[in-house]
Design a binder for this molecule. Structure first.
Ligand SMILES: [Zn+2]
Length: 285
């Protein structure tokens, strides 16, 4: 699971928060007075920066990507898509039936790049290279996931319609359950509380049990659905979150062991053929 957001720098306004979190307020002030920019400060004071997924996959020798899943059409989930699609051969592209539009005048003020949005709009039209799939709960298809043990918990067609009506695209986020060797991982996308309630009601407590959860919406408290999280009862909760951004640590910590990217860097979970779960972290802390 790769979070595609390729931002490698920290916004200036987040720096003070980072410094405080790291207990380095005084050196932060010194660095500031030396005129160091955000990136230099991060290098000196805090060693975790988000990894560029393109560099990460290139180092692993990846040339083509069998399945690219865009959980929902928010820019923080497709930042770098233009570079990504040029670099790798994309075979299948999982999209959603969303009606999102972005005002052409808004890019000036946006931290994101228009090229990525334009690239997405072009990819959406494709029938091959990549083949675009828009799939829903309970749908079966002869390609792409049955053999891989991927179950689509969400969205349902109703949730897609709801998201399009309300323009809250977290309602149509993909939520996937991947099962291997009797172990399950739930990838929560940015699913809203409404989605979690719907999933719990539809599948029941037994249907949502998982060993690992990728927390929805970067661990935001607004997407934390207590009953659903308790029913999933994962041993591990991975939070994909950047330095300087807060998340619901206390709430998730009551559910299972929390591992965040802002603390551990890249986190790679593996499941052996015998069902043993392994966890490799970029930084040991
Ligand atoms: Zn997001």
């Amino acid at each position: 699971m790769v979070d595609i957001d390729d931002s490698r720098t920290i916004a200036e306004e987040q720096l003070a928060a980072v410094a405080e979190m790291m207990g380095i307020e005084s050196s932060y002030t010194v660095y500031k007075s030396l005129g160091l920019d955000a990136r230099q400060l991060v290098e000196k004071a805090y060693d975790i920066r988000l990894t560029d997924p393109i560099q990460y996959l290139t180092k692993l020798g990846v040339e083509s990507v069998f399945r690219f899943i865009l959980t929902h059409p928010d820019m923080d989930h497709m930042s770098g898509l233009d570079r990504f699609s040029r670099k790798f051969d994309l075979l299948n592209f999982w999209d959603t039936d969303n009606n999102k539009e972005i005002d052409a005048d808004s890019w000036d003020k946006s931290p994101y790049r228009k090229e990525d949005w334009d690239c997405y709009q072009q990819l959406r039209e494709r029938e091959q290279s990549p083949k675009v799939l828009r799939i829903h709960r309970d749908q079966t298809a002869d390609c792409c996931w049955v053999e891989d043990g991927i179950q689509i918990l969400s969205p349902s067609r109703e949730l897609v319609a709801d998201a399009n009506d309300t323009e809250d695209y977290h309602h149509l986020s993909y939520v996937l359950k991947v099962t291997y060797a009797n172990r399950s991982v739930i990838l929560g996308g940015d699913a809203s509380k409404k989605v979690w309630g719907d999933i719990l009601e539809y599948y029941g407590e037994d249907g949502v049990k998982a060993d690992v959860l990728l927390a929805p919406h970067h661990g935001s408290i607004h997407n934390f659905h207590k009953e659903a999280m308790e029913a999933m009862a994962p041993d591990y909760i991975i939070v994909s979150v950047a330095v300087g951004t807060d998340y619901a640590y206390d709430e998730y910590n009551r559910i299972g062991k929390v591992l965040s990217t802002k603390w551990y860097g890249n986190i790679v979970m593996t499941i052996s053929t015998l069902g043993h779960i392994g966890c490799a972290k970029q930084f040991d802390r």
